[in-house]
Structures are given as structure tokens and as C-alpha cells.
Design a binder for this molecule. Structure first.
Ligand SMILES: Cc1ncc(COP(=O)(O)O)c(C=O)c1O
Length: 490
């Protein structure tokens, strides 16, 4: 049967049979020896809220107990299972902590879920611009000093929110940020979607819960053995009312949460309770083996891995070693080409690629085949493609955002024509544009389409990065509202 006629299930089965090394989500990496509960989840267990099986929206039995165990494991006051990923958890957390019209301090490189929360909750975002780290061009950490300065300028702030670790594994100083915000009784929400594994081993950075964050949202599925869509919202402290957190988690999730997803979360919690020390020690050993095997790379460079294991970089507070960021700035390959070659020639699937780097995502399910397979493939490609033809272009710090000409929610809902991107310069953008992954907006509705933005989009597009607009298909078209439609915001 031609490939295009094959059903989704057949395609999934084909892909599984082809036996790729998974360096992408989910964190179980199809490793059912590690997490046998994942293989038993099937139609026979897919029930509704029958007697004895509790109710996620009014938990008193087995689910309440499982979430209590999760809270004890991560050290939160209360933990809430999420069947709508970190996306649902972030929407709930932000709505619980704010009121319409509130100002929030948010990192510019927040995931789209947080921008959507801003839109839905009618918030006024003040952006914190992360530094561009100079070796790899990663978005750096949010520092306590940046937060302190912004809180001086915006004392009306009601919430601070940022991602840590980021998609690239960049961690911020959550203890320091909490100290600054809590002094002003402002709660801190950490988007720890990529950090459900933190806090269990000294080989990884500490968790945001342990550092005092009020609200923390973590995708179990990204780094741990739990099914896709499973996440957890941890709530601690007194700054955000617990009943409101509970109520909001009910608003952003299905009233029919899947028992298969919930059983996978329960299984994951129990696995960690019973075996976390041994499992994290094995994961760490595999990463160390990879570092040893990959240390002779000449042109591809690894952030905090290979010969740079344990290195630190200005602008980055800490790196999560679970992520292997492969910089192609000194290589003849782009990040996108590297990702393609690893898949085609070596059956290795990475999580994502941009123009100048690619990300290999390990997880608790990563097994003993990873170090040798990935290191050998990288060494061969490094040798085969050699150095960059030209000096890598210097990285520019992004010190300024495009000017905001219209409130975000209003612009997102205002009708606007699709326009060729180059004709839209100077106009007001009516949509989000992002590369997915990582899902961080390059521009948001209501901001002016500037020349540097168009240049960035063109550069990413030419490098083969998958760009998404919420209305148009960049770079050919984008929704641009006419200048005269815009009401300049004060
Ligand atoms: C930083 C960040 N936050 C939140 C999310 C949303 O997580 P989920 O896919 O579990 O809804 C993602 C997804 O990739 C992410 O990268």
C-alpha cells in the first residue's frame, strides 16, 4: 500500500518497527522494560469515573492518594495531575494567580501557552529579555537582578513567570528570583515543562519547588516515563489561594480525563518512589559515557557536554545535562541539516533544530545504546562535512522588542488582510509567528513588523526551520493590520 494511504496507526507501527533511536519526547523513549505499565494501557482499561476509581475533578480516593504521593515526591504543598499537558497547567496557574487587567512580568522566550494565557486572561505583559548567550546563541537565563529592576519599574506586577529549564536546557536562578519577588509578596510561576526530572539527583539542577516557587508546571511526558499529554501542577506557599488553583485546573481540562493517562502518571510516581536512585544513577552514567565518546568533535560543539562537560557560559546560570545541544556554528552543516542527516543516515531522531543548533533530548527512558550510537554518528558527520566555509556571523543581543502598537488580545482578534511579509514592514502584526518547536513567538499580535524581524524570519526560513503563523504561512504572508486601524497604546 502506498505510504500516503496508510492509516495513522499503520504509520505509527511502521515507525516503531523501524527502530529509531529516540532523542525526542516523550521521556519513556519506548523503553517498556523500564516502565512496563506503559505497555498494558489499552482499551480494556479505558473506563470512566466508575465507583472505586475516583474523579480527577473531585478527588477523594485513588487519584487523591496518587497526587498526595506526587506532592510528597516533589516536595510541594499540593500537586494536581494534568491531562492537558503543561499547556493546561500553565493556563490554570496563570488564571489562578491573576485578575483581568493585571500586569505580569514574563520572559520573552515563554512558550505560546503563556501568551495564550495573557490573551485569555486579559493581562498586561511586561517582557524580560533573556541575554543571547555568545558561544551557542542560546537564549540565556533570567536573572534575579533583571527581575528586581523590572519590579522597581512595575510595582503593580502581580506575577513573575519564566521557563526553566528552557527547551535548550537553560536553567535560571529560581531561588534568587523567588527571594526578590517574595520580598514584594509577588508569586513566582516557573514553567518547568522540561524539568519534571529535576530534584531527584545532584547530577541535575534542583527543582523549582525546592527553590521556593509558588507554582510550578512540569510535563511528566517530556522527561519521564509517562504518556504524552501528562503533566503536573505543583502549588506551594500562601500567595496564590489553593482552592482557586484547584478550580482553575478543572476549567482547562476535559471533564472526561483519560484513565490511561492518569494510570501512566500514577505508574510514573510509583516508579520514582521505588527506583529513582538507581534510575538516575544509570541515566547520569550514560550521559558521562556519551561525553567521553564525543570529546573529539572538531567542528560540531556541544553545550556542557563532550570536552565541555561541566563548562559554564556567561549569560547561563546553569545547564540541564539531560539536553544535548549540538551547535553547528563552526560546522559546514546547519542545525536543520544535521537533524535530517542523523535521521536519514543513522536512524536517530532529534527533538528539534534551528539554523545554528539542534537539540537531542535524553530522558529517564534513554538506554545504554544512546552514548555510542549518537557519539559515533556525530563524529562521522563532523569528519565528513568539516568546518564552516565562512566565519560564523557574530550573534546579536536582542536589546529591544518590536514597538507595541495595539494590545495583544485586541490585535489577535482584529480582522486583517494577509500580506506578503516584505510589504508588511511598519504595519501592526495581527498574529503570532514562531518556529515550532520550540514554540516561542518571534512576534506577537499588536507589535510592529520591523526590518530586523523580517530578516530573522527570512534567515530561519532559508535554513529550513519550520515556521508557523497563527493566520498566515510565513514568510510569504502574514496577517498585518493596517496602520490606520491601530490605536497606539500609551
Ligand atoms: C517551555 C515549554 N512550556 C510549555 C510547553 C507545553 O507543554 P505540553 O506540551 O506538555 O502542553 C512546552 C512544550 O513543548 C514547552 O516547551
Amino acid at each position: 500500500m502506498p505510504k500516503e494511504d496508510r492509516s495513522l496507526l499503520e504509520r505509527l507501527s511502521d515507525h516503531h518497527r523501524e527502530g529509531y533511536l529516540s532523542l525526542h519526547m516523550p521521556g519513556h523513549k519506548e523503553n517498556v522494560d523500564l516502565a512496563p505499565y506503559l505497555n498494558t494501557l489499552s482499551a480494556g482499561l479505558d473506563i470512566t469515573e466508575l465507583p472505586g476509581f475516583d474523579d480527577l475533578h473531585d478527588p477523594e480516593g485513588v487519584l487523591a492518594e496518587s497526587m498526595r504521593r506526587a506532592a510528597a515526591l516533589w516536595g510541594s504543598r499540593k500537586s494536581f495531575f494534568q491531562v492537558n499537558g503543561s499547556t493546561g497547567g500553565l493556563l490554570a496557574a496563570i488564571r489562578a494567580a491573576t485578575r483581568r487587567g493585571d500586569t505580569i512580568l514574563m520572559a520573552r522566550h515563554c512558550h505560546k501557552a503563556i501568551y495564550h494565557a495573557v490573551e485569555l486572561c486579559g493581562l498586561n505583559p511586561v517582557f524580560l529579555l533573556p541575554p543571547v548567550e555568545e558561544t551557542f546563541g542560546l537564549s540565556g537565563s533570567i536573572s534575579p537582578e533583571m527581575v528586581a529592576q523590572a519590579l522597581e519599574a512595575h510595582p503593580e506586577t502581580k506575577l513573575v513567570v519564566y521557563p526553566s529549564p528552557t527547551y535548550d536546557g537553560v536553567v535560571s536562578d529560581t531561588a534568587g528570583i523567588c527571594a526578590v519577588a517574595h520580598e514584594k509578596t509577588i508569586p513566582v510561576l516557573v514553567d518547568e515543562a522540561h524539568g519534571a526530572h529535576l530534584g531527584f539527583s545532584s547530577a541535575f539542577p534542583p527543582s523549582a519547588v525546592a527553590q521556593g516557587a509558588d507554582l510550578v508546571v512540569a510535563s511528566l511526558h517530556k522527561m519521564l516515563p509517562s504518556l504524552t499529554q501528562t503533566a503536573i501542577l505543583h502549588a506551594s506557599g500562601q500567595r496564590v489561594p489553593m482552592p482557586e488553583v484547584a478550580r482553575q485546573t478543572g476549567i482547562f481540562q476535559s471533564s472526561s480525563p483519560s484513565y490511561l493517562l492518569m494510570a501512566s502518571m500514577d505508574g510514573c510516581v510509583r516508579l520514582l518512589e521505588e527506583q529513582k536512585d538507581a534510575l538516575f544513577a544509570a541515566w547520569t552514567r550514560r550521559l558521562e559515557t556519551f561525553d567521553r565518546l564525543a570529546k573529539d568533535l572538531k567542528f560540531l560543539r556541544l553545550a556542557g557536554h563532550g570536552k565541555e562537560a561541566g563548562a559554564s557560559y556567561p549569560g547561563i546560570f546553569a545547564l540541564d545535562p539531560a539536553k544535548i545541544v549540538i551547535s553547528t556554528r563552526n560546522s559546514a552543516l546547519t542545525g536543520v541539516e544535521l537533524k535530517e542527516k542523523l535521521a536519514e543516515q543513522y536512524h536517530i531522531e532529534l527533538e528539534m533544530a534551528l539554523d545554528h543548533y539542534a537539540v537531542a533530548m535524553t530522558g529517564l527512558g534513554t538506554d545504554d545504546t544512546m552514548p555510542e550510537t549518537l557519539a559515533r554518528a556525530l563524529l562521522e558527520l563532523d569528519e565528513a562535512y568539516g568546518p564552516a566555509q565562512e566565519e560564523p556571523a557574530p550573534l546579536e543581543q536582542v536589546n529591544q522588542l518590536p514597538p507595541r502598537r495595539m494590545p495583544l488580545e485586541e490585535a489577535a482578534r482584529t480582522a486583517g488582510g494577509l500580506t506578503f511579509l516584505y510589504d508588511a514592514m511598519g504595519k501592526v502584526c495581527g498574529e503570532y509567528i514562531w518556529a515550532y518547536p520550540p514554540g516561542i513567538p518571534l512576534i506577537t499580535p499588536g507589535e510592529e513588523i520591523t526590518t530586523p524581524l523580517v530578516q530573522t524570519i527570512e534567515k530561519l526560513y532559508r535554513a529550513g526551520v519550520h515556521l508557523i503563523g497563527t493566520r498566515g504561512k510565513p514568510p510569504f504572508t502574514t496577517a498585518a493590520l493596517q496602520d490606520e486601524e491601530a490605536n497606539p497604546t500609551p
